[in-house]
Design a protein around this ligand. Structure first.
Ligand SMILES: Cc1ncc(COP(=O)(O)O)c(C=O)c1O
Length: 399
């Protein structure tokens, strides 16, 4: 079912329909934004069809059965016993990040992130008038880890000297699993990061949108499971949109265990915070309740794609070191040996290789000279994209 190449052109797809404009090339193969070229699980399509047949699309209500479906899923997948009243539904996670930062900061406050990281993190911070405090991940032979002394320093601004006062860090924005480097953080890593944030009285936003897209041997730990003290200071962002390919339906859910933080969030974002529509809610419930047989087939398919890519890079693109992800269908690779500037690399991928990828520099510090490729497509398409890259690289090296 994942082998079929489905034509998405004309379906209102950002990845495909907007690609010629975004990349400035007509015959570009889009392998960028994080959605999959696969049809969703049948129970999801059926739930959407039922809503469509009903034919009335009035204001939505989040049903008790939906809340229960979220509770059951989080419990079944992560052994985290959450409660229905902790849930706050949201249109999308990027929107939710904007709302959380709006609710819990004042302009000029700092928000700590660990680049290279999902680029809308930057704008969610700056659009709220806050300062991005970057604690760059450490890279060692393609494997990434958190810089804990650096993280500690991010929370301890230097108040001495002249010039404007540095921003005070109010929030730690975690990406777990981490897009684009594919790390599934260990309990020890999460614990160290969370303890540093708590010691400085910061809130933790834990974006766990990729939590269910893991490769063999890796398991995801929700940050809030580190302990009750952490859970009380953490807002978890969860969604079926990556796992079940529902990004276009704008339905996600925040898990906020602390009643005061939940109340403050709701009160300060009233009128701003957007919630999902009836179709998104129906799709979310169907995905969480009935999506697993499909997901059980998807995960080995993605792993097959990843293995294919790793072997391809090893044999045909040894010049470009690639980071093997532990989770996510996004793969991060190092193009620095091509000797190109960021704008040259961008043009190289677009105009020479004719693939639409995400440019590494957009992910902040540590991203320069890298590219991110989305492997959630039929293997034939992946093969085509990698072959285009390999040909362009070989021509470049030969020339
Ligand atoms: C870490 C992370 N958060 C959020 C999103 C987007 O979430 P949404 O589509 O719900 O705004 C993505 C999409 O790639 C992501 O990688």
């Amino acid at each position: 079912m994942f082998e079929r190449e489905i034509d998405r052109i004309g379906s209102g797809s950002a990845k495909w329909d907007a690609a010629p404009v975004i990349f400035g090339e007509k015959d570009i193969l889009p392998m960028w934004v994080a959605d999959m070229d696969f049809q969703v699980a049948t129970p999801i399509s059926q739930a959407i069809a039922r809503q469509a047949e009903h034919g009335i699309f009035g204001y939505p209500a989040e049903s008790d059965t939906l809340r229960q479906a979220v509770v059951d899923r989080i419990h079944a997948k992560f052994d985290w016993p959450i409660q229905k009243e902790w849930l706050v539904f949201s249109s999308g996670i990027v929107h939710a990040l904007h709302m959380i930062i709006k609710a819990f900061t004042a302009p000029g406050d700092g928000v700590v992130i660990q680049p290279p990281v999902y680029y809308p993190f930057f704008s969610a911070i700056t659009n709220n008038g806050c300062t991005v405090l970057e604690n760059q991940l450490i890279e060692n032979k393609g494997v990434y880890s958190m810089d804990f002394p650096g993280l500690e320093t991010s929370f301890q601004p230097d108040w001495g000297g002249f010039g404007p006062q540095p921003s005070r860090a109010r929030l730690l924005l975690l990406c777990s699993p981490h897009n684009p480097v594919g790390r599934v953080w260990s309990k020890e890593e999460l614990n160290q990061a969370a303890r540093i944030a708590l010691a400085h009285d910061a809130l933790i936003i834990s974006d766990e949108i990729h939590a269910e897209l893991l490769y063999s041997g890796h398991s995801h730990l929700p940050t809030s499971m580190l302990g009750e003290d952490v859970a009380r200071r953490t807002i978890t962002c969860f969604s079926p949109s990556k796992t079940f390919n529902l990004a276009g339906l704008n339905a996600s859910v925040l898990i906020i265990p602390d009643p005061k933080i939940r109340a403050v969030f709701k009160q300060r974002t009233a009128g701003f915070h957007a919630t999902p529509g009836v179709i998104g809610l129906a799709a979310m419930e169907a995905a969480f309740r009935h999506g697993d047989p499909w997901l059980q087939e998807l995960l080995p398919y993605l792993e097959g794609n990843l293995n294919y890519l790793m072997e391809f890079f090893k044999t045909r693109l040894p010049q470009l070191p690639v980071t093997s992800p532990e989770g996510t269908y996004l793969v991060w690779f190092n193009c620095r040996k091509l000797g190109l500037s960021d704008s040259e690399l961008r043009n190289f991928m677009r105009k020479k290789a004719k693939v639409g990828l995400d440019d590494g520099y957009m992910f902040g510090s540590g991203g320069s000279g890298y590219q991110r490729i989305n492997i959630a497509c039929p293997r034939s398409r992946l093969e085509q994209g990698l072959t285009r890259i390999a040909k362009a690289v070989h021509d470049h090296m030969a020339g």
